[in-house]
Design a protein around this ligand. Structure first.
Ligand SMILES: Nc1nc2c(c(=O)[nH]1)N[C@H]1C(S)=C(S)[C@@H](COP(=O)(O)O)O[C@H]1N2
Ligand SMILES: [Mo]
Length: 208
């Protein structure tokens, strides 16, 4: 049964230290976002790298999808308390894009901008981690529209709201600027293992 499969997985992940506090395992792939799913044509799609960079660049699909890719298997953790294990993604490493844009030394934060207006912010150190990518395949197939087609950021060490679906720009800035959920009171650092769900609160407490 699904229920016992789920619980067995959860137990195993807990034993392996892969289940963050306050999280439950899911075998599904829940869909969460604010607003509607944008309809994006590959012919119109663009990714802009701008702000404090030596080289401002705008990539079209053809150019972006010919960049070297990497594949990785990671666990993802949503602040609404589900964790999904061993998810497989393919895409372009953030560090690969840095080679094109060449951020200036003053660039300390990165703001991801999305079709539909969603934003999320992260420090450069978090973005340059070797598991951060602009993912365009999940489980060997193009992303589904509801999961961010054609491209999303993937920052697996943070709660999943920091992984921006339908991304269309990365802005490099010197001072931090809160994104959509961060302005609404979510924790700016968002480390699931420290249970950084909400600002001004280190533990899980309250709202959920
Ligand atoms: N553009 C955009 N990206 C987004 C969101 C959003 O509302 N808009 N929601 C975030 C949140 S809160 C979560 S939990 C994940 C959910 O990703 P999924 O629907 O692929 O599971 O997307 C994140 N990325
Ligand atoms: Mo979320």
């Amino acid at each position: 049964m699904l229920g016992s499969k789920r619980r067995d997985l959860e137990k195993k992940m807990e034993e392996e230290g892969r289940l963050p506090p306050g999280q439950s395992a899911t075998l599904q792939f829940p869909v969460l976002h604010y607003g509607r799913i944008p309809a994006i044509e590959l012919d119109d799609w663009q990714l802009r790298l701008y702000g404090l960079v030596e080289n401002e660049v705008t990539l079209d699909w053809e150019t972006f999808s010919s960049l070297p890719t990497s594949t990785q298997v990671v666990d993802i953790h949503c602040v609404t308390r589900w964790s999904k294990f061993d998810t497989e993604w393919e895409g372009v490493a953030f560090t690969e894009l840095m080679k094109l844009a060449n951020p200036k030394p003053e660039a300390k934060f990165v703001i991801a901008h999305c079709y539909g207006g969603y934003t999320t912010n992260l420090p450069m150190e978090a973005m340059t981690d070797d598991d951060v990518m602009l993912a365009y395949k999940y489980d060997g197939k193009p992303l589904d529209p509801e999961h961010g087609f054609p491209v999303r950021t993937l920052v697996p060490k943070k709660y999943f709201w920091k992984s921006a679906k339908w991304v269309n720009a990365l802005e490099f800035v010197d001072e931090d600027r809160l994104g959509f959920w961060e302005r609404a009171g979510y924790h700016n650092e968002a480390d699931p293992f420290k249970e950084q769900r909400f600002a001004g609160r280190s533990g899980g407490g309250g709202l959920w």
